[in-house]
Design a protein around this ligand. Structure first.
Ligand code: PAF
Length: 282
């Protein structure tokens, strides 16, 4: 394993790798690695000669300072985990000043509807922060391919748009959601849940599965009302939003159309911890 804290050293290694005709895959993370991240590394390893994992808790994508403060961190634990799946992996773990210089601020992007709904609506400025750091990582590292989990499906679509709009020569690859045995989507935030919350949070995936069953026969309004009612008196979880949207555009729908792919999205709080999940409906 090689650990890079400075971009120049990493760029030198990348240039050498590319001069040997080898391919580079990037797995961007904010650390607190779990099985979901490790599966991204395994996917990257299968189709790239070298994998680089970036570990950087990006301050500009947190709309809530307490959320940033609470975000779990532990570089050594992350390195130990990475060693188990790819002993040859490169790790890029920069300080904020290495990426941002003196001004830790976001660039403003035009992501249109993709950034106005769901996470964009409830987390002001979040996607500008994500776009800023991902663009920096792509420009510094210049990977051939970059791997992102579908748990953050809206983020994945935004990064696809970012690479297209900015003409960044990176192939963006979305990878399946990994789940805990009870169905809860793997997330770094799960570490912040107490045992009761972690068990109860399986309700999010269960509700998405039932919505998928209902999607064949019931209207979008019916399903939305039904989901809201399910969460209304839940003892542990508080629903922030449930939406059914077109998978490509994330446009909220009222009526289904033939030939269109749809997904259902949920954000809910367990205590102070905000959880998101989504599922393909057809
Ligand atoms: O998905 C994440 O962990 C982050 O949003 C990302 C893509 C690493 C950018 O900070």
């Amino acid at each position: 394993m090689q650990i890079f804290k400075e971009k120049e050293a990493l760029q030198t290694a990348v240039s050498k790798l590319k001069s040997e005709g080898k391919t580079l895959g990037l797995v961007p993370t904010m650390g607190a690695l779990h099985e979901g991240h490790l599966s991204l590394v395994t996917n990257a390893e299968k189709i790239c000669d070298q994998v680089v994992v970036s570990i950087f808790v990006n301050p500009t994508q947190f709309n809530n300072p307490q959320d940033l403060e609470k975000y779990p961190r532990g570089l050594q634990k992350d390195l130990d985990l990475l060693e188990t799946v790819d002993p040859d992996v490169w790790v890029f773990a920069p300080m904020a000043s290495e990426l941002y210089g003196e001004k830790v601020v976001s660039e403003k992007f035009e992501f249109g509807n993709l950034a106005e709904v769901m996470e964009g609506k409830f987390r002001a400025g979040h996607f500008d922060g994500v776009g800023t750091v991902v663009k920096m990582l792509f420009e510094i590292i210049k990977p051939h391919k970059a791997f992102f989990g579908q748990k953050d499906f809206q983020q994945l679509q935004i990064i696809r748009k970012l690479t297209e709009d900015q003409k960044l020569p990176v192939e963006v690859i979305g990878c399946p959601i990994l789940r805990e045995p009870n169905g809860l989507a793997r997330s770094s935030r799960n570490e912040l849940l107490n045992p009761n919350q972690r068990e109860s949070a399986s309700f999010i995936h269960e509700t998405l599965l039932k919505s998928r069953d209902l999607f064949g026969t019931k209207s979008v309004n019916y399903i939305t009302d039904w989901v809201n009612a399910q969460f209304k008196d839940h003892p542990v979880l508080k629903l922030e939003y449930f939406e059914i949207a077109e998978a490509d555009t994330l446009k909220k729908i009222n009526k289904k159309r033939e030939g269109q792919n749809y997904r259902a999205f949920i954000a809910a709080y367990a205590g102070e911890v905000r959880l998101i999940d989504n599922l393909a409906l057809n």
